[in-house]
Write a protein that binds this ligand. Structure first.
Ligand SMILES: [Zn+2]
Length: 461
C-alpha cells in the first residue's frame, strides 16, 4: 500500500553511522528518499521536527509476548506499547511449547506464527527461535534458509517447571554445543545465550533459611554474578571452538562484561553483548525497596558498580545493544518475592529512560542510536532495511523531544500490565512521534494507525 509522502522538516537527525545533523528528511513509498537542507515539500505532509531528534526507529531485540497472557492479547496491546516507545521492530522469542504440546520442529509452527503476528502487530516483528532438541539443532540450516538466523539457548531453567509453563526449556551443554557447531557453519547465524549456571544458583538457594520471608535482596543474591560469569566464559569457549558468533542476552554484571572483553581479544568469532534498561537505571538495592517481586527479573539487577560498568560499556562500544526483556504480567502475580513470577513490561519506557540517562551522562547520541537500533539490525541481518537513516531504508523513525522530561506513571502507559518498576522515575526523553515504513503510527500520546506491522524475515549477508 503506497503511503502519502512526508517531509520531516529541520529535525536533528541522529545517524548511528555518522553524527548529528540538522536536516530535512523526505519519505516516499515508505522509505527514506532524501536527506538534505531545505528539501521541497511538494505533495508532502510536513512534520515540523525543529528542536526534536530524529532517530532510526528503535529495534527491541528482546521481547516475550505470550509468556503470561494469551499470545494474541499480548500481540495487540504490547506492540502498541512498543510504538508508544518509539520502537518500530521487535524481535520475539518464539518458543514452540507456546504453540504445541511437545517440542516439535519450528517448521511446523512458523507459518501460523507469522500469520498470527501479521494479523495483530502494530510494529514490525521478527523472531529468535528458542532451540531445545537435537532435531532443532539439525534444522538450523533450514531455519536460516527461511530467513530466521538467530537462535536462543537457555543455559538456566533446566528442569524448572514454572519456566516450562511459559515455554522455556533449559538445555544441557551437549545440545548447546551441537547447536553452536551448526551455527558456526551457517553464515549469518547467531547463537543467543541466557548465560547463568543454574546448578550454582541452586547451591545459593539452599543457603536461604526461610524463603517465605526472604527479601528481594536475599533472593537476588541467590543468582550471583558468579553464576553469570561462569556461563559467559563457558559459551565464549564454545564460540571459539565452533566459530559460532555468540550474543549474550541481558548481561548484567561487571564481571561478565570483563570476561567478554577478555574473550574478544582471542576469539575468532564475534561476541556480542546485550543489556537491559533495568540493569542501567535500577540496582538491587533500589529493587529491594519496591514491593514484593515488582522488580524480580532473571538475572536480577546488580550492585551500582555493575550498573556503572554497563554504562561504560555503552560509551566505549563494549555493549552492543539494549533490549527490554519485555513481559506483560499482572502485578498480583508478583506479590511475593520468592514465588512471584519474573519479568515486567519495558518497551514503552526503554528509549525514554536510556536516551535520557545517556544524555545526562554525556554519551553521544549516535552511540545511543547504535545500541537502540543500528547494532541489532547489523547483528540480526536487518540491515540495510532497518536501524539506519540511509537512503532506501524503511522509513522507520522515532522522533524524540529531549527537552521534555516526564514522570513515568503506569496509569499512563499502554502495556496491559498496569504497573512498571520505574514508577515515579523521571524520563529525560519523550517520544513525540513514531513512523513505521513511512506511516505515522503514533503521535503525542495518540495511537494513530494500529496493526500496521509486518513480519520481517532476514537473509544472511
Ligand atoms: Zn528474556
Amino acid at each position: 500500500m503506497a503511503q502519502a509522502p512526508w517531509l520531516i522538516r529541520s529535525g536533528t537527525l541522529v545517524n548511528p553511522e555518522g553524527g548529528e545533523v540538522i536536516a530535512d528528511l523526505r519519505v516516499d513509498d515508505g522509505r527514506i528518499a532524501a536527506v538534505g537542507a531545505a528539501l521541497p515539500a511538494d505533495g508532502c505532509q510536513v512534520y515540523d521536527a525543529r528542536g526534536k531528534h530524529v532517530f532510526p526507529g528503535f529495534i527491541d531485540p528482546h521481547v516475550h509476548l505470550g509468556n503470561y497472557r494469551p499470545f494474541g492479547d499480548d500481540c495487540v496491546s504490547e506492540t502498541i506499547a512498543a510504538a508508544a516507545g518509539g520502537i518500530t521492530t521487535i524481535v520475539q522469542f518464539l518458543k514452540v511449547l507456546q504453540c504445541r504440546p511437545t517440542q516439535a520442529s519450528y517448521h511446523e509452527i512458523l507459518d501460523e506464527a507469522i500469520a498470527s503476528f501479521a494479523a495483530r502487530t502494530s510494529v514490525d516483528v521478527t523472531f529468535h527461535l528458542a532451540l531445545s532438541t537435537y532435531e532443532h539443532m539439525g534444522e538450523i540450516p533450514s531455519y536460516v534458509e527461511r530467513g530466521l538466523t538467530s537462535f536462543k539457548f537457555y543455559l538456566g531453567y533446566k528442569g524448572n517447571e514454572a519456566a516450562l509453563r511459559r515455554g522455556t526449556v533449559g538445555v544441557p551443554d551437549d545440545l548447546v554445543y551441537a547447536g553452536f557447531q551448526e551455527i558456526g557453519r551457517a553464515p549469518g547465524a547467531v547463537a543467543l545465550v541466557h548465560a547463568e549456571n543454574d546448578e550454582l544458583v541452586r547451591c545459593f538457594e539452599r543457603a536461604v533459611a526461610d524463603p517465605e520471608r526472604a527479601s528481594f535482596l536475599e533472593w537476588a543474591n541467590t543468582r550471583p554474578a558468579l553464576a553469570e560469569e561462569e556461563a559467559v566464559r563457558r559459551v565464549c569457549l564454545f564460540g571459539m571452538a565452533t566459530g559460532a558468533p555468540v550474543y549474550i542476552v541481558h548481561l548484567t554484571s561487571k564481571e561478565a562484561l570483563a570476561a567478554v572483553r577478555e574473550f574478544r581479544h582471542v576469539s575468532p568469532a564475534p561476541i556480542y553483548v546485550e543489556t537491559c534498561p533495568h540493569y542501567l537505571v535500577l540496582d538491587k538495592h533500589q529493587a529491594n525497596g519496591l514491593p514484593g517481586a515488582t522488580a524480580k527479573v532473571i538475572p536480577p539487577p546488580r550492585d551500582p558498580e555493575s550498573r556503572e560498568a554497563l554504562w561504560g560499556g555503552i560509551a566505549s562500544g563494549a555493549v552492543d545493544t539494549v533490549g527490554s526483556d519485555h513481559c506483560a504480567i499482572e502485578l498480583a502475580r508478583k506479590a511475593h518475592v520468592w514465588n512471584g513470577l519474573p519479568g515486567f513490561p519495558g518497551m514503552e519506557t526503554l528509549a525514554p529512560l536510556v536516551v535520557g540517562e545517556a544524555r545526562r551522562r554525556g554519551v553521544p547520541l549516535p552511540r545511543v542510536a547504535a545500541v537502540l537500533a543500528y547494532n541489532a539490525a547489523r547483528i540480526f541481518g536487518l540491515l540495510p532495511r532497518k536501524g539506519t537513516l540511509r537512503i532506501g531504508a524503511d522509513a522507520d523513525l522515532a522522533i524524540l523531544d529531549l527537552s521534555r522530561e516526564w514522570t513515568i506513571r503506569a496509569a499512563a502507559l499502554y502495556s496491559s500490565s498496569h504497573f512498571t518498576p520505574y514508577e515515579g522515575l523521571r524520563a529525560g526523553a519523550y517520544v513525540d512521534a513514531t513512523f513505521l515504513r513511512g506511516q505515522l503510527i503514533w503521535r503525542d500520546g495518540q495511537v494513530l494507525a494500529p496493526r500496521q506491522g509486518q513480519v520481517v524475515l532476514r537473509h544472511p549477508s
